[in-house]
Design a protein around this ligand. Structure first.
Ligand code: ATP
Ligand code: MG
Length: 442
């Protein structure tokens, strides 16, 4: 499609590195990606690997996935592959399925006018629809960072580097293609991507790309909450969550993502920060050891202190019992958070369980200890308690140690532990409700 009427176009000239001038070998590329590239090529289309996989291969990292671009349109791609689905509204793409591996095949994107139906922009300059096809030059210009605009050509195994991505890799710089402010306005999620790549690739966001972030961070509130859930998940499950959390704070990106958490992070020595950093560090360790991580745990941690605050507030100002205040506060905190980030119900359910178990873990008398051990969320709740204990010490530490011992104790030892509890602590009587619930304060 022609792009002669497109706004402010600067054609990027690629530097071509021939097969002998770069270190990417076909052995490093997934067989399925190669199959897709060859079939497109043999059908007479141009076919390239692009983006993160080329960047990662040049850095000696293992790519997470292999993305293909071509001049074939999605319908033409579909005709070539039986195992192909067309997906996406914002970007129409072909997915070629090989069991668990999906090779994403995109058609070169082009420029578009803001009033065209195929491409659409919001009042903030955000791109809402992006289905104008173009050539490789336009496609390169529309990519986010210079390290992400390198194309590996299956026709001759050369690399086309459109924005000096090779130079950026050498200097370890995350640089935006084009004018940073315009590019962030087009898609505010690029601010999160900058932070993610800086952490993942161990690079610096260059001054030009870093400067506008603090000012433009609020634009993230225009991103649909479901997309933000996906993007934020990539941040926290990247294996670099601790560093990313620090960068999010540094660039004022916490506020638009977690508005009820941000006010609690002003003091850099606070327990709130220590707690979240500890959780992020544990998450990174688990990811790097290929252990399972649930987003519910991470979100439960991010919102734990806002939950405690809200609960206190409802007790002190609303006159609610601890039990009622806690339940109301869980609802409030989740309502406010999911307006920004759409946490799916299957995770909010688990978050509530982890939180509620924090109140139940101190109450171990009689059969309760065994019921708690059998609770499907016991392990997560116990891990959560461990981090709280590490940060706050005191009674929580004693409680956490008790549970650590109890889990590995023999039946006799467990009985002794429970007997001892009965001796040293008075069994709690059922708490009577002293106050009638009033309306929650605003
Ligand atoms: P990784 O897969 O390691 O997270 P990636 O760079 O491959 O990193 P993807 O989200 O898989 O990231 O996107 C693939 C490529 O598509 C990117 O390298 C970039 O060229 C382009 N791209 C993705 N998202 C955007 C965006 N929001 N704006 C512009 N280009 C983008
Ligand atoms: Mg990728």
């Amino acid at each position: 499609m022609s792009s002669s009427s497109a706004p402010a176009k600067t054609v990027l000239e690629p530097r071509i590195l021939s097969r002998s001038e770069h270190g990417i070998s076909r052995n490093d590329i997934s067989d399925n990606a190669l199959k897709v590239l060859y079939r497109l090529h043999n059908a007479g289309f141009n076919a390239y690997l692009v983006g993160g996989c080329v960047r990662d291969l040049l850095l000696g990292l293992k790519p997470k996935d292999f993305d293909v671009v071509t001049n074939a349109e999605p319908e033409q791609v579909k005709e070539l592959f039986r195992n192909c689905r067309l997906v996406g509204r914002r970007f129409r793409l072909a997915h070629v399925m090989f069991g668990r591996e999906v090779i994403e095949v995109a058609t070169f994107r082009g420029h578009h006018q803001s009033d065209q139906d195929l491409g659409k922009q919001s009042d903030h300059g955000q791109i809402l629809r992006d289905n104008v096809f173009g050539d490789i030059f336009e496609d390169a210009e529309r990519r986010d960072f210079t390290v992400n605009a390198m194309y590996y050509n299956i026709a001759d195994f050369s690399i086309s580097d459109f924005a000096n991505g090779i130079g950026a890799i050498e200097q370890r710089k995350i640089s935006l293609i084009g004018d940073p402010e315009t590019r962030y306005r087009e898609d505010p999620v690029r601010m999160l991507r900058a932070v993610r790549f800086a952490a993942k690739l161990n690079m610096q966001i260059d001054d030009a790309a870093a400067a506008p972030i603090k000012t433009l961070a609020p634009l993230l509130t225009n991103i649909p909450p479901a997309r933000l859930f996906e993007e934020v998940l990539k941040l926290f499950l990247s294996g670099n969550a601790l560093q990313i959390f620090r960068l999010l704070r540094q660039y004022h990106l916490v506020e638009p993502l977690f508005p009820i958490l941000a006010p609690l992070l002003n003091d850099s020595n606070s327990r709130e920060i220590s707690f979240i950093e500890q959780v992020m560090q544990n998450t990174d360790e688990r990811i790097n050891n290929e252990q399972r991580v649930t987003p519910a745990f991470i979100y439960a941690a991010l919102l734990w202190y806002p939950l405690e605050d809200r609960c206190q507030n409802l007790m002190v100002e609303g006159g609610f019992s601890q039990f009622d205040a806690f339940n109301l506060a869980m609802g409030d905190v989740l309502d406010r958070q999911t307006k920004r980030i759409m946490i799916p119900k299957r995770f909010t359910t688990v978050m509530r369980e982890i939180w509620q178990l924090q109140n139940r873990l101190p109450r171990r008398f009689g059969r309760r200890a065994f019921q708690l051990l059998d609770h499907p969320r016991f392990r997560a709740a116990y891990d959560f308690l461990l981090v709280r204990a590490e940060i706050e010490g005191g009674e929580l530490e004693i409680l956490a140690d008790w549970w650590t011992q109890f889990q590995s104790a023999s039946p006799e030892q467990r009985k002794t532990m429970l007997d001892k509890l009965r001796d040293t602590e008075k069994a709690p009587t059922r708490r009577k409700r002293r106050y009638k619930p009033k309306k929650a304060p605003k």
